[in-house]
Design a protein around this ligand. Structure first.
Ligand code: HEM
Ligand code: HEM
Length: 187
């Protein structure tokens, strides 16, 4: 089983680059970019699109009979990359204000990222093929009871992580609709 930390290093690199652009904008304008300004909007929209890809693409590849392209291991790495970088861009979009529903959406975003790291840890405890199929027999890595424990932990984790994602996208869509209507279109 191949599982290195490529996606975490690439995420860190992306975060450093995005922070550099953000710092440049702050330096140029001498102000924190407003969430409703051009730059604030841009990082909010791109970050949200990355989060939307995180929510949908991996599940589609995992479940759809038609979408069989690419290996599951690569899709999960992509899921993790977009699942870190998207929320980071959205965090910069907030202009460090967390009122009302938008603030709650940010809290859910941070919770799902944290939860993702927990899930990643449990997921990597279970030996799999590159296509994500669990290996039935325990390898030297884990004894049988530890493997059963990891499988149980992953299924409990799924039961928590997935509803958080649904709650997050519900509040995010309300925020986006309201923000576009009141803060963008009515201006
Ligand atoms: C999950 C994704 C998102 C989160 C967590 C988020 C979060 C936030 C937060 C915390 C604020 C500041 C609220 C305050 O003033 O206290 C904000 C403002 C704003 N957001 Fe988002 N946002 C997201 C996506 C988007 C997207 C995609 C758009 C645009 C299409 C958008 C448009 C706006 C606008 C226009 C404001 C400024 C509202 C105002 O000035 O009253 N947001 N957002
Ligand atoms: C915007 C942030 C994120 C969202 C919306 C999100 C959403 C989801 C969803 C909906 C699933 C269920 C996939 C399925 O079984 O169909 C999932 C699984 C998973 N996510 Fe995330 N996730 C996010 C961030 C992360 C992060 C940052 C990590 C790791 C650091 C991560 C690691 C995982 C893992 C390991 C799985 C389990 C894969 C499996 O059992 O097949 N996620 N995520």
């Amino acid at each position: 089983m191949r599982y290195r930390n490529h996606e975490l290093w690439l995420s860190l690199l992306a975060i450093v680059l995005i922070t550099a652009v953000y710092a440049f904008v702050v330096w140029q304008t001498r102000a924190i970019p407003a969430a409703s300004g051009l730059f604030g909007h841009l990082i909010g929209v791109i970050g949200f699109l990355l989060m939307l890809m995180t929510e949908t693409l991996y599940s589609l590849r995992k479940r759809s009979r038609l979408a069989r392209w690419g290996r599951m291991a690569d899709w999960l790495q992509f899921h993790i990359f977009t699942g870190i970088v998207g929320p980071y861009m959205v965090l910069l979009h907030t202009s460090w204000k967390f009122n009302g529903l938008a603030g709650a959406t940010t809290a859910l975003t941070l919770i799902i990222v944290f939860s993702g790291f927990v899930g990643r840890y449990i997921y990597t405890r279970i030996p799999r093929t590159l296509d994500g199929v669990e290996l039935e027999t325990p390898t030297g890595q884990l004894q049988a009871s530890a493997l059963a424990g990891a499988r149980r932990a992953l299924s409990i984790w799924h039961a928590v992580h997935i509803p958080i994602g649904m709650a997050l996208f519900t509040t995010a869509l309300i925020h986006i609709g309201a923000a576009l209507y009141y803060a963008t279109l009515l201006r």
